[in-house]
Design a protein around this ligand. Structure first.
Ligand code: IPE
Ligand code: IPE
Ligand code: MG
Length: 240
């Protein structure tokens, strides 16, 4: 905690939680055990983020492309997601966390939607931190559906052609409701975005960690924030 400056916190942090499978292989365990360990790390990092005053945390939990993984892995992930939502319910409601979800949510199994949707609704008045889960989420898919919404608004006379700009598109992108991410962290050693927050990441600071997600520690999170705080953000401008 002493590493970081409380006056210069990233407002919105996104995390690409990668490396669960490799964590499990290193232990000769099935990939589902890696995801189980990953969900323990989620609990820990969510609590930490709330405690240190992060306003918005967006976690990449399951990509649109992840549906193509083996069926048993996908169903293990869905069970873990359901368990996470059930076990964290009181913590979310009692600690001022507003839960939101972005992605192609109608593809999620009914058991997951049955716990996700009421919790999002009930936690809506909370305002200490917004926790957004990116589920069945793809940045390209999200931009495509915003383009579809714009086309519909144009066809039905709600928007003029000349008013279709980045702002109008952004207003139709659900992951943008909490604003653009200031810092995107990816664990697991890969240095790519893998379809995460493509629209909002335009000027995000990126931090790549070799740590596998289940081992991403509180200290690693502070290190990422400290790195963010050493950077000068210019947004294409000249800063003296
Ligand atoms: C990230 O870990 C979790 C999800 C994608 C759901 P992975 O499962 O991608 O783990 P690796 O990258 O294979 O180690
Ligand atoms: C990104 O990780 C998705 C999540 C962390 C949920 P992947 O493991 O799916 O990404 P690639 O395949 O390495 O690009
Ligand atoms: Mg991976």
């Amino acid at each position: 905690m002493t590493l970081i400056d409380a006056r210069n916190m990233p407002r919105h942090v996104g995390i690409i939680m990668d490396g669960n499978g490799r964590w499990a292989s290193q232990r000769d365990e099935p990939r589902s055990e890696g995801h189980r360990a990953g969900s323990r790390a989620v609990r820990r990092i969510v609590r930490l983020a709330r405690r240190i005053g992060i306003e918005a945390l967006t976690l990449y939990a399951f990509s649109f492309q992840n549906w193509a993984r083996p069926e048993d892995e996908v169903s293990a992930l869905m069970v873990l997601l359901q368990e996470y939502l059930l076990s964290e319910r009181e913590d979310i409601l009692g600690n001022g966390i507003r839960l939101a979800a972005v992605g192609e949510l109608d593809q999620l199994p009914p058991e997951v939607r049955g716990v996700l949707e009421p919790l999002c609704r009930e936690s809506q008045p909370n305002d200490r931190m917004t926790l957004t889960l990116a589920l069945s989420y793809g940045g390209q898919e999200e931009i495509a559906s915003a383009a579809r919404a714009l086309a519909k608004d144009y066809a039905e006379g709600r928007i003029a052609l000349a008013d279709i700009d980045a702002k109008a598109l952004g207003e139709r992108i659900p992951s943008q409701r909490v604003g653009e991410p200031d810092l995107i962290i990816r664990t697991g050693g890969e240095t790519r975005l893998s379809n995460f927050l493509l629209f909002g990441s335009a000027y995000a600071e990126l931090f790549f960690s070799d740590r596998l997600w289940p081992e991403f520690s509180d200290e690693d999170f502070f290190t990422a924030i400290a790195s963010y705080q050493r950077r000068q953000r210019r947004f294409g401008q000249v800063v003296s």
